[in-house]
Design a protein around this ligand. Structure first.
Ligand code: ADP
Length: 533
């Protein structure tokens, strides 16, 4: 027997329509290229997204077509998310900081007919356009700017197209499993691979993010989205925020601590979301300048492990830090570190240890740690395994690639342990683990301790080949300004915190550590630079 409830497809367009109707005054504030803040509301954005639907139709975009975006976080990028997915087309968010050759590959592989680009990224498109004459027929610039394109490829101005378009119509209704967005993984090995989200997976993931023990904002919250919109749909914030009525603050390209702090204080941010590198940089700036975060209450962090010392430092400023874990293939939310009965009344140290874990599963996804035999290892907090997950917003394969999902459990490439409460702690990416004398050493554990040293600003640990042990850990540190930590002092700092054999033998002090587009440390680059000793 079937239930007698209305059957409505879960469509992305319905999120913005809800926001326009029930949270019409909710704001999206974006920092433009010239530094000026532009301010708009969900009511206006919904109207513009509907206009954009008309523009897309006039540009020849049909349901199922892929449309590229090369843009930072802005209200216009937000409109594109909704306009493109709303007409049943696929919003292919492209990371502008990738090598031009990878960008060309993505546009070609996705088959983007039109790419919308921030003016600053036009030179990239001009350089690669000659390779894309088979696919790309037009570029729309999100502002003022021009570039030379090959014959047959048109350059349009976004606002001119929007001005010429009539008021939009009602959103079309289609199957909720229709593809909505396409995001290519960074591709540290081989070519980037496309993760193809659906309307249904996106709406469900946003609902999971909106739950109290996930990000759970109130309509009165103001969320700073530092995580880029070209990266895993900015972790779903552009969907979750309008769903809840919370306002969104978009920093554009100004991601330096001073700009972020002025945006957060000036715009009364209550929640901020981004990778640890951002919070590390901001903390240094707060310490150096004596400035304060005036309204911020909570930070959500993911993408890389947030060191315990950094969590503690923000807690001392009265700001709660919540760790979350996921990846492009998981839309991204899988675990969030929210307390459970039995984990909320630990003493200060135990609580901090617990807060440094990546967290427990939200409803809608499940996680396992698998041993070498493929069986689940016990939830004892020590048995390590390859993490796999499954759920409503987990990829079942990659765009235009052979089927991958035989078991139904997606292999993450992350290694970790699960404790008796179900909290996952990541030990490493499997490729970043260090294997010394047959024993695994966690680079994350080494890094977390190093950044707790008062003279260390940032740290990375990598494996270096070793004749006797196979591999040994090398610690690479960036000192705090005016400090010069010695190898002996750092090694001494590890005593009692790690088993002797997993303490790095050598420490390299460097001026800076290379980061990828989303602020993660580029371990592969560090191995290339330093692993030969
Ligand atoms: P994102 O950076 O948004 O998480 P990516 O797909 O670029 O998405 O990278 C996913 C990988 O980042 C994960 O497989 C994991 O190795 C790492 N990662 C994500 N969140 C965390 C976290 N909280 N702690 C440690 N590593 C993390």
């Amino acid at each position: 027997m079937q239930g007698l409830m209305q059957r409505r497809d879960l469509l992305i367009s319905s999120i913005l329509e809800h926001a326009a109707r029930h949270h019409g005054a909710g704001e999206v504030v974006s920092r433009r290229e010239d530094g000026i803040l532009s301010r708009t509301t969900y009511a206006v954005l919904a109207r513009r997204a509907r206009k954009l639907a008309t523009v897309l139709r006039e540009l020849g975009v049909a349901p199922g077509d892929r449309v590229g975006t090369l843009g930072m976080n802005s209200d216009r990028h937000f409109e594109l998310y909704y306009g493109i997915s709303g007409v049943g087309a696929v919003c292919n968010t492209i990371n502008p900081r990738l090598a031009p050759d990878d960008i060309a590959y993505i546009i070609g592989h996705a088959g983007d007919g039109i790419v919308f680009a921030d003016p600053v990224f036009l030179p990239i498109l001009q350089a690669i356009a000659p390779q894309l004459t088979d696919t790309l027929r037009g570029v729309v610039v999100l502002g003022e700017g021009a570039c030379d394109l090959p014959p047959g490829m048109a350059l349009h101005r976004y606002e001119a197209l929007m001005d010429a378009a009539g008021e939009g119509e009602e959103w079309p209704v289609f199957d909720e499993n229709t593809a909505s967005a396409l995001c290519y993984t960074s591709g540290t090995t081989g070519r980037p691979k496309g993760v193809l989200y659906s309307n249904r997976s996106t709406v469900l993931c946003a609902m999971a993010l909106a739950a109290a023990d996930a990000v759970g904002p109130r309509a009165t919250d103001r969320i700073l989205a530092v995580v880029p919109m070209f990266h895993v749909n900015a972790w779903g914030l552009p969907y979750m925020a309008p769903m809840t009525g919370a306002s969104l603050l978009m920093p554009g390209r100004q991601l330096d601590p001073a700009s972020l702090l002025s945006l957060m204080n000036g715009e009364r941010a209550t929640i901020a979301v981004g990778v640890p590198t951002i919070w590390l940089g901001l903390l240094g700036y707060l310490r150096d300048t004596g400035r304060r975060l005036e309204t911020l209450q909570r930070i959500f962090v993911g993408g890389a492990a947030m060191p315990r010392a950094l969590i503690a430092a923000y807690n001392e400023l009265g700001i709660a830090v919540c760790h979350a874990w996921g990846m492009t293939e998981s839309s991204p939310i899988v675990t969030v570190n929210a307390p459970k009965p039995g984990t909320e009344d630990l003493d200060h140290d135990a609580l901090l240890d617990q807060r440094a874990a990546q967290g427990r599963c939200v409803f809608g996804v499940d996680v396992r740690a698998e041993g070498e035999d493929g069986n689940e290892v016990p939830w004892d907090g020590v048995s390590q395994g390859q993490l796999t997950f499954r759920g409503h917003w987990i990829a079942s394969g990659y765009f235009r690639m052979p089927d991958q999902d035989a078991s139904g459990w997606f292999p993450t490439g992350d290694v970790g342990v699960i404790d008796p409460h179900g909290f996952v702690t990541l030990t490493d990416r499997s490729k970043d683990l260090i294997k010394s004398g047959g024993e695994w050493i966690s680079s994350i554990a080494i890094e977390n301790i190093a950044v707790a040293h008062p003279h260390v600003a940032e740290a990375a640990a990598i494996a270096v080949p070793h004749e006797k042990w196979g591999e040994r850990p090398l610690l690479i540190v960036v000192p705090r300004p005016g400090c010069a930590p010695s190898c002996e002092a750092l090694r001494e700092f590890y005593r009692g915190k790690l088993p002797a054999w997993s303490i790095p033998d050598s420490v390299l002090v460097v001026d800076s550590i290379p980061h990828g587009a989303t602020g993660k440390i580029l371990k592969a680059e560090l191995r290339r630079l330093y692993a030969n000793g």
